[in-house]
Design a protein around this ligand. Structure first.
Ligand code: ARG
Length: 476
C-alpha cells in the first residue's frame, strides 16, 4: 500500500524546536533549568542510539506497509534515519540536552533533516514503548556479547586444564588441605560454573525476546499497525501480549543483572584463588608482568591487581541489581519516570562484567602453575588420610567409622614422628592393626590418590580428560 486513506493534515511544525519541548502545545513556559537538569537523560541514553534507529526503521517500514504513512514520507524518514546513523557513526550528531533523551534527539534531528514528514514517524508510537524496545534490544545484545565472552573464558580454562590434567595440587575444604586433586580438575570446576552462567544469560535472553513496540503509550494503538511485522524485523520471536506489561516492566533487565551478579560471584572466587595462589606463601602460580603491577615503594612486589579488581567488581554488579530492584519496587502500572533510572545501573553492570570477563580470560591464559610446588603441597597435611581409611575398608573389610579412627591414630603418630603418611614405617601402621600390609603404600601418594578417584566427575586424570572432551565438543 502506498497511500494512506487516513493521512491527517500536516500541522505546521515548529521550524526549530530549540528550547521548546516536543509536547510544547500544552505548555506556555519553558521548563525550569532544574527541571531539565533532573529530567535529561541524553548523557547516558545516547548508548541506545543504534537500537533507537533500528526500532524507528522497522516502525516506519511497518507504517508504510500498513498504509498509515505514504511511500513518499516513509522514504524521506528512511533517508533521514540513514543520515542520522552516518552522523552518529562519524561523531558529528548533535546530542542536545534540550531534547532530553535519545528518542527526542533523533526525532528533532530528523525534523531538521527532512522537515514535516519527520512528524509522522511517531504515529502509533510513544516514547514508552520506544524506550522499552530500545532498552530491551540493548540488553539482548549485551546478553549475546556476554555469552560469547563466557565461551572465550571457558576455552581459556579448557586449554589450561588440558595442559594440567595430571598436575596434582591440594584440594581444600575450609582452606585446609583436604584431598589431592589435579589442577585441571580445579579449573574445570570453573568451566562448569561459567557454563551455567552463560546459560542463565541465554535463558533470560529467550524470555526477553518479545517486542513491546506497538504497545504505544500503554493501551495499544487505534492505527492498523502490524506488531508481528516489527517484531520479526527486529529479531524478536513475537510481540508482547499485554500493552500495559510491555511499557511497565523491566524484569528483563533485572533478570540479566541477577545473572550478572551470580556470574560476578563466580568470577570473584576465581580471582580470589588467583590472589591466594600468587602469594609467595602458596607460590602455586606465576602471573606475568602483563597482569601484575609493581609497588611505588617496595621494589620486590608483584601485585595481582587485575584479580583483585575482578574480585571487587561483584560489589558494583550486585549494587546494580539492588539499585534497579529498588527503582522498580512498588511502582504502580504502567510507566513512571522512575524507570528512566533503569539504564545507568544496567550499563554500568554490563561494562564491569565485560571488563571482568576479558581480564579473567587474560589471566587464565597468562598464569603458569609451579608444578613442583603444587605437587609438594598436594602431599602435605596428611592429604591422603582418606585414601588410607578407604584402603582399610577395601582390603581389611573394616567399617568406615573404625577405619577413620585407625587412620586418625596413624596421622597422630606421623605428626609426632615428623613424617608424612607415605613415610610412616610399616611397623607403626601394624601397631595400629596387624593386618596392614606394604600394599597400603600404593595409595598414599597424591598421584595414586587422584588416579584412584575415577567415579564420574572425579579428579582422576582420565575423568578430567573426558570432561574436557565433552566441553570441547559442546563449545565447538
Ligand atoms: N527517557 C525516557 C526513559 O528513559 C523515555 C520515556 C519517556 N516517557 C515519558 N512518558 N516521559 O524512560
Amino acid at each position: 500500500m502506498t497511500s494512506s486513506p487516513s493521512d491527517p493534515p500536516a500541522s505546521p511544525p515548529p521550524a526549530n524546536l530549540g528550547g521548546q519541548a516536543m509536547w510544547g502545545g500544552r505548555f506556555s513556559q519553558k521548563p525550569a533549568e532544574l527541571m531539565q537538569a533532573i529530567n535529561v537523560s541524553i548523557g547516558f541514553d545516547k548508548r541506545l542510539a543504534a537500537q533507537d534507529l533500528a526500532g524507528s526503521r522497522a516502525h516506519a517500514a511497518m507504517l508504510f506497509s500498513t498504509g498509515v504513512v505514504s511511500g513518499e514520507d516513509a522514504a524521506a524518514i528512511r533517508g533521514g534515519l540513514d543520515t542520522i546513523a552516518a552522523e552518529i557513526e562519524a561523531g558529528t550528531f548533535p546530542f542536545r540536552d534540550e531534547y532530553e533523551d535519545i528518542h527526542m534527539n533523533v526525532e528533532a534531528r530528523l525534523r531538521e533533516l527532512i522537515g514535516p514528514a519527520a512528524g509522522r514517524l511517531h504515529t502509533a508510537r510513544s516514547r514508552n514503548d520506544q524506550v522499552a524496545l530500545d532498552f530491551r534490544m540493548w540488553v539482548r545484545d549485551a546478553c549475546d556479547r556476554t555469552i560469547a565472552q563466557f565461551r572465550t573464558l571457558q576455552r581459556a580454562l579448557l586449554e589450561k586444564a588440558e595442559a594440567h590434567a595430571d598436575t596434582v595440587m591440594p584440594g581444600f575444604t575450609h582452606l585446609q588441605p583436604a584431598q589431592p586433586v589435579t589442577f585441571g580438575h580445579h579449573l574445570m570446576a570453573y568451566v562448569e560454573m561459567f557454563g551455567r552462567d552463560a546459560s542463565r544469560f541465554a535463558d533470560a535472553r529467550a524470555r526477553m525476546n518479545e517486542s513491546p513496540l506497538g504497545a504505544a503509550a500503554l493501551a495499544g494503538s487505534p492505527f492498523p499497525i502490524d506488531r508481528v511485522q516489527t517484531a520479526t524485523a527486529l529479531g524478536f520471536d513475537r510481540p508482547t501480549a499485554n500493552s500495559l506489561d510491555s511499557v511497565a516492566d523491566r524484569d528483563f533487565a533485572l533478570e540479566s543483572l541477577a545473572a550478572a551478579s551470580i556470574a560476578a560471584t563466580h568470577l570473584s572466587r576465581l580471582a580470589e584463588e588467583i590472589v591466594i595462589w600468587m602469594t609467595p606463601q602458596f607460590g602455586f602460580i606465576r602471573l606475568s608482568d602483563a597482569f601484575t603491577t609493581g609497588s611505588s615503594i617496595m621494589p620486590q612486589k608483584k601485585n595481582p591487581d587485575a584479580a583483585e579488581l575482578v574480585r571487587a567488581k561483584v560489589g558494583r554488579l550486585l549494587g546494580s541489581f539492588t539499585q534497579l530492584s529498588v527503582v522498580m519496587k512498588g511502582l504502580p502500572l504502567t510507566y513512571s519516570k522512575d524507570m528512566q533510572e533503569d539504564k545507568v545501573p544496567t550499563f554500568e553492570a554490563f561494562d564491569a562484567l565485560e571488563l571482568s570477563l576479558s581480564a579473567t580470560a587474560g589471566m587464565v591464559l597468562d598464569l603458569e602453575p609451579d608444578v613442583e610446588r603444587m605437587s609438594a603441597a598436594a602431599g602435605a597435611g596428611f592429604s591422603t588420610a582418606t585414601d588410607l581409611a578407604d584402603w582399610l575398608v577395601r582390603e581389611l573389610g573394616m567399617p568406615f567409622r573404625d577405619a577413620h579412627h585407625v587412620t586418625g591414630s596413624a596421622v597422630k603418630r606421623a605428626e609426632v614422628l615428623g613424617v608424612g603418611l607415605p613415610d610412616l614405617p610399616l611397623a607403626e601402621l601394624q601397631a595400629l592393626d596387624a593386618r596392614i600390609t606394604a600394599g597400603v603404600y600404593d595409595v598414599l601418594t597424591p598421584e595414586a590418590s587422584v588416579a584412584s578417584r575415577r567415579s564420574y566427575g572425579g579428579t582422576a586424570p582420565d575423568q578430567v580428560r573426558a570432561q574436557i572432551e565433552r566441553w570441547k565438543e559442546a563449545l565447538a
